[in-house]
Design a protein around this ligand. Structure first.
Ligand code: AMP
Length: 223
């Protein structure tokens, strides 16, 4: 399964919750890149400035990372939930070659209007260690620590107004074409991301379950 949507549509949070619900690995390319930046690897050094500017890391790099990750025993046996990949048609085409035995069986477009995304992103915060997403109310206790792992909650470096706008523009030109791509393959489900996190999660699960019960529906996860 793959979950896509504009930046700030809440896909990170919902993917964490869905992966717990279905007990499948949550494969977030953004988290993998942030870990590489933190560790100072060659990939991290290459990706760092691109991410800060709100750009897209080159397709060949991203395809290599995902290819390797999907070879992991967990993804081969349990299936997987991809978060933030594919983001371009070239990545989606490569995905069809990478994942043959454990092909994608569902693509979810989490739909949130651009103005609402801008509003949400200004309050978005992230755990430095485990990547859990939070929304700031402005009244948090300091230091603000993660409920899941106790790590520091930070403001993402790529959540500046300029980088956010660039990412939203890239979404329109590079990622939105994936809606037609997956629709033409009969894999697309669009779910509204407007509402509280719990409301959206229930909507997502019922969309997935509806798909599972549908004619010819296979397992909800690849594999
Ligand atoms: P995310 O956490 O999914 O919002 O990703 C954070 C940043 O990582 C993005 O703004 C891109 O710079 C980079 N990134 C993550 N996934 C991809 C991808 N599939 N293709 C290109 N760049 C990516």
């Amino acid at each position: 399964m793959v979950v896509a949507g504009r930046q700030g549509a809440g896909k990170g949070t919902q993917c964490v919750r869905l992966s717990r619900h279905y007990v499948v690995p949550h494969i977030s390319t953004g988290d993998m890149l942030r870990a590489a930046v933190k560790e100072g690897t060659e990939l991290g050094r290459r990706a760092d400035s691109i991410m800060k500017a709100g750009g897209l890391v080159p397709d060949d790099v991203m395809i290599g990372i995902v290819d390797e990750r999907l070879r992991g025993a967990d993804a081969r046996t349990r299936g997987y939930l991809l978060d933030g990949f594919p983001r371009t048609v070239a990545q989606a085409e490569a995905m069809e070659k990478i994942a043959v035995d454990n092909a994608l069986d569902l693509a979810i477009d989490l739909d949130v209007p651009r103005e609402m995304v801008l509003q949400r992103l200004s309050g978005r915060r992230l755990c430095r260690d485990c990547g859990t997403n939070y929304t700031s109310t402005g009244y948090e206790r300091r230091p603000w620590l993660c409920d899941v792992c106790g790590g520091d909650i930070i403001h993402r470096e790529d959540d500046t107004e300029e980088a956010i706008n660039r990412r939203l523009d890239d979404y329109e030109s590079q990622t939105r074409p994936l809606i037609d791509f997956y629709e033409s393959r009969g894999l697309l489900v669009t779910v509204s991301g407007v509402g509280t996190p719990d409301e959206v999660l229930i909507r997502l699960i019922s969309a997935i379950e509806g798909r599972r019960r549908g004619p010819g529906a296979g397992p909800i996860v690849g594999g």
